[in-house]
Design a protein. Structure first.
Length: 250
């Protein structure tokens, strides 16, 4: 890391960093090579996403470690939603409450028998945004990536849930928002349902080609932002070129 350069911190789940982040299981998250689109002499990109985490469980288990490294002038990209459903206190117990309100629910956790107060998806997003901004960072909220789920010739979007909630919180907190759910879905729809299969390992997780698409969409969207100077660090021609797994070196 260049100690005088700003840092882009990315936080999310396995769609951003799958496993060790090196494709060892054949699956890739788009954050593993997001650095390739930036001028490495002027900015550093560090992918802190963790597979299997939700907005709630990343906050409780990893966020403080990330926040400690954030300084004035850095950037934080936040993307959650894939793992925020399911049980609140049993099994993987990673769900947040639905919506963006201020309500909470105290549950008894199966794994340790103690209480935990669970908040809404929107609450956790607000905590990331506000705490990073308090340290002088610039925050961008991204909606979750679309899965390989179709209704006819259209990708099924999360318009009424995590996509909408992410946008709502970003708007209320005054930070840029990137609708990855829709922008990536449009790329897949242009290729068609059968061709899109080659970009997914399963319904949610991407192979290398799918992750590249998501990473390029994120970089392209940043270039279009009018209220964020992170775009000044992107090398546009790097978005246009083709990549293979040998290009992913840290």
């Amino acid at each position: 890391m260049n100690p005088t350069a700003p840092v882009v911190f990315t936080i999310g789940d396995s769609t951003m960093r799958n496993g060790a982040g090196n494709g060892s299981n054949g699956q890739w998250g788009w954050g593993s090579f997001f650095h390739l689109f930036f001028d490495a002499n002027r900015i550093t990109v560090e992918n802190f996403a963790v597979g299997g985490r939700s907005s709630r469980t990343f906050y409780s288990s990893h966020w403080n470690k990330v926040l400690a490294g954030i300084k004035k002038g850095d950037y934080l990209l936040v993307q959650f939603g894939h793992n925020d459903g399911g049980p609140l206190n049993t099994g993987r117990a990673r769900a947040s409450l639905r919506g963006t309100g201020n309500e909470s629910q105290t549950v008894i956790m199966e794994r340790h028998g103690g209480p935990e107060e669970v908040f809404t998806f929107g609450h956790y997003l607000r905590m990331y945004i506000r705490q990073a901004k308090a340290r002088g960072a610039n925050v961008i909220v991204l909606s979750l990536t679309p899965g390989n789920s179709w209704d006819g010739d259209k990708i099924i979007r999360s318009t009424e849930t995590y996509n909408n909630w992410s946008e709502e919180v970003a708007r209320e907190e005054g930070v840029p928002y990137i609708n990855m759910n829709d922008l990536v879905a449009r790329k897949y729809e242009a290729m068609g349902k059968e061709a899109t299969k080659a970009y997914f390992a399963d319904r949610v997780h991407t192979l290398f080609g799918g992750a590249i698409i998501c990473g390029k969409v994120a970089a392209e969207a940043i270039l279009q932002l009018t209220d964020c100077d992170l775009k000044n660090y992107i090398i546009p021609q790097n978005i246009e070129r083709s990549y293979n797994e040998n290009d992913i070196k840290r």
